[in-house]
Design a protein around this ligand. Structure first.
Ligand code: AGP
Length: 432
C-alpha cells in the first residue's frame, strides 16, 4: 500500500504498530504498511482508534507537538469553512460579491474606517500580524491594544471603529473586561464588536455582535500553537475581504491571494518535515542557555515576539523578541557567545536590513540561527545554523516562520526535562 499522507489526523485513524522516532512508513496492527512522504515524530508504540478522544495524544509524546503537527490540517479546515467554493467575482456590482463565508452584518464591514484589536499573549501577536495585513494590504488604520491595559487607559472613542477581540479560549478575563469597557463606553457611537475565538460558545461570543470561529479543534497544550495559526487564517481572509470590498485588490488579485493561502498547508508540512532534525540539533546545542533573542522586522516582528513568548513559557529561558532595527539601540549590548540570536530573514522588503542586523549580531560574538527562505551563499554563510523555508511571499511568511520557533521551544523544553504541556505558574486560560 502506498499513499501520500496529507495530515497527521489522516494516518492516526488506524492503529499503528511500533515505529522509531522519525518515520516514513507506518505498519498497521493488521500488518499492512503505509509508505508516506512525510517524516513524522511518532513516539508511542501503538495507537488505538485515535479519533475516539480529542484529548488523546495520538502517538505524539506531548499535546504541544501534536498540535504543532496538526497545523496544516487546521489551515485546510479553516479555508474550507471560509472560502466560497463557487465564488464568482461579480466585479461590476456596486458591492462585489465576497469570496468568503463570513456571515457578518453587512454594515460591520462596510462602516469600518478604523480597526482596533484587543487581545493578550499569543492572540495579541496574531493581532500584530493582522495589523500589518489590514494596514498594508487593505489600507485601514489599525491599532493593536493589550487587553490588560485597555480598561485602565481606554482610548478616545472614534466613530466607525470596528473593535476585534481575539482569544482562543473566549474566556480570558482581561479580554472580556476590555470588550465590556468598549461596549459600555461606546453607547450612542456607531461601532461594532467582532470576536475571533476557538470557542464559539464562550463568554466572548455572548459579549460581541458577531463571532468568527477559528476551527482549530481542542488545544490542550498551554502554549498556543495551532489556534494561533487558525487566527492568522481568519485574519488573512478578513484583510482580503476588506481589500476586495474597497477595490484595493482586483478579483484576479484576490484569486491569486486565495491560491497562495491554499498552498500553505503543504508548505507548513514541508517545514515540519524538513526542519525537524535541524531543530533537534539547535535545541541540543542551546538547551542550557539562560538568555536568547529573536529578531524580526516588518510583519515578522510579531513572529519574533511570538517565538520569544513560546520560548519563555515552555523553556523558562529569558527570551527577548525584538524588531531587528530597534535591537541595535541598546539591547545589542547584552550579546556575547552565550546568547544565541534567532534572526527571521525572509526574502522581500526587509531582507537587506535583516541581513545587516544579523551581521551586526554575528560580529558581536553571538551564535546566529537563521530562519530564511533564501539559500544562496554568501548571504547564508553567516548563519551558524539555518532553518530553510520553502519560497513564500513575505506577507504570508508568518505562517511558516513561526513553525520552527514553536518546534524549537517545544524541543528545548523537552531537553530541559520540563512539563511542556503544563508550564509552571500559568494555566491554559487566565480567567481572573
Ligand atoms: C500562549 O501560548 C499563552 N498561553 C498565553 O499568552 C495566551 O495566548 C494568552 O493568555 C491569551 O489567551 P487567549 O487567547 O485564550 O485569550
Amino acid at each position: 500500500m502506498s499513499a501520500y499522507i496529507r495530515s497527521v489526523s489522516t494516518y492516526c485513524r488506524r492503529s499503528i504498530a511500533a515505529k522509531p522516532l522519525l518515520t516514513n512508513s507506518l505498519r498497521y496492527s493488521d500488518g499492512a504498511v503505509l509508505e508516506t512522504t512525510l517524516r513524522l515524530p511518532l513516539i508511542l508504540h501503538t495507537i488505538q482508534n485515535a479519533d475516539a478522544d480529542p484529548h488523546d495524544r495520538q502517538g505524539f509524546a506531548h499535546f504541544m507537538l501534536k498540535e504543532i503537527y496538526e497545523q496544516p490540517e487546521v489551515v485546510r479546515t479553516c479555508l474550507a469553512a471560509y472560502l466560497k467554493p463557487d465564488w464568482t467575482t461579480g466585479e461590476q456590482a456596486e458591492i462585489p460579491s465576497s469570496p468568503f463565508n463570513f456571515s457578518l452584518p453587512a454594515a460591520m464591514l462596510a462602516d469600518a474606517t478604523q480597526i482596533q484589536i484587543v487581545a493578550c499573549g499569543t492572540s495579541y501577536h496574531a493581532g500584530l500580524v493582522a495589523q500589518h495585513w489590514l494596514e498594508q494590504l487593505a489600507g485601514i488604520p489599525t491599532r493593536v491594544r493589550s487587553a490588560s491595559e485597555f480598561v485602565s487607559a481606554p482610548p478616545p472613542l472614534t466613530t466607525n471603529t470596528l473593535t476585534i477581540a481575539v482569544t482562543q479560549s473566549g474566556e480570558t478575563a482581561d479580554t472580556l473586561a476590555a470588550v465590556k469597557a468598549r461596549r459600555s463606553r461606546s453607547e450612542g457611537f456607531q461601532s461594532w464588536l467582532l470576536g475571533i475565538t476557538n470557542q464559539p460558545e464562550s463568554s466572548l461570543s455572548a459579549a460581541v455582535d458577531a463571532t468568527l470561529p477559528t476551527l482549530a479543534g481542542t488545544e490542550v497544550g498551554v502554549a498556543a500553537t495551532k489556534t494561533f495559526m487558525a487566527q492568522l487564517v481568519v485574519f488573512r481572509c478578513l484583510a482580503l475581504e476588506f481589500a476586495y470590498r474597497r477595490r484595493v485588490l482586483s478579483a484576479q488579485q484576490v484569486q491569486q491571494a486565495i491560491a497562495a493561502l491554499q498552498a500553505l498547508p503543504d508548505q507548513i508540512e514541508a517545514v515540519l518535515q524538513q526542519e525537524y532534525e535541524t531543530i533537534q540539533t539547535v535545541a541540543q546545542t542551546f538547551a542550557a542557555v539562560h538568555d536568547c533573542v529573536v529578531l524580526g522586522r516588518g510583519i515578522n516582528r510579531a513572529i519574533a515576539l511570538e517565538g520569544a513568548l513560546k520560548l519563555k513559557e515552555t523553556t523558562y529561558i529569558h527570551a527577548e523578541g525584538y524588531a531587528g532595527g530597534e535591537f541595535m539601540h541598546g539591547p545589542i549590548a547584552m550579546l556575547d557567545a552565550n546568547v544565541p540570536v534567532i534572526a527571521i530573514v525572509p526574502s522581500g522588503s526587509v531582507y537587506e536590513s535583516m541581513l545587516a542586523n544579523a551581521q551586526k549580531v554575528k560580529t558581536n560574538g553571538a551564535p546566529l540561527i537563521g530562519i530564511t527562505n533564501v539559500t544562496e551563499p554568501p548571504d547564508c554563510a553567516m548563519f551558524d545554523y539555518q532553518c530553510t523555508l520553502p519560497p513564500i511571499d513575505e506577507q504570508l511568511s508568518p505562517f511558516l516562520t513561526v513553525v520552527p520557533l514553536q518546534l524549537l521551544a517545544y524541543t528545548i523544553a523537552v531537553q530541559r526535562g520540563l512539563d511542556v504541556d503544563r508550564p509552571r505558574n500559568i494555566t491554559k486560560t487566565l480567567t481572573s
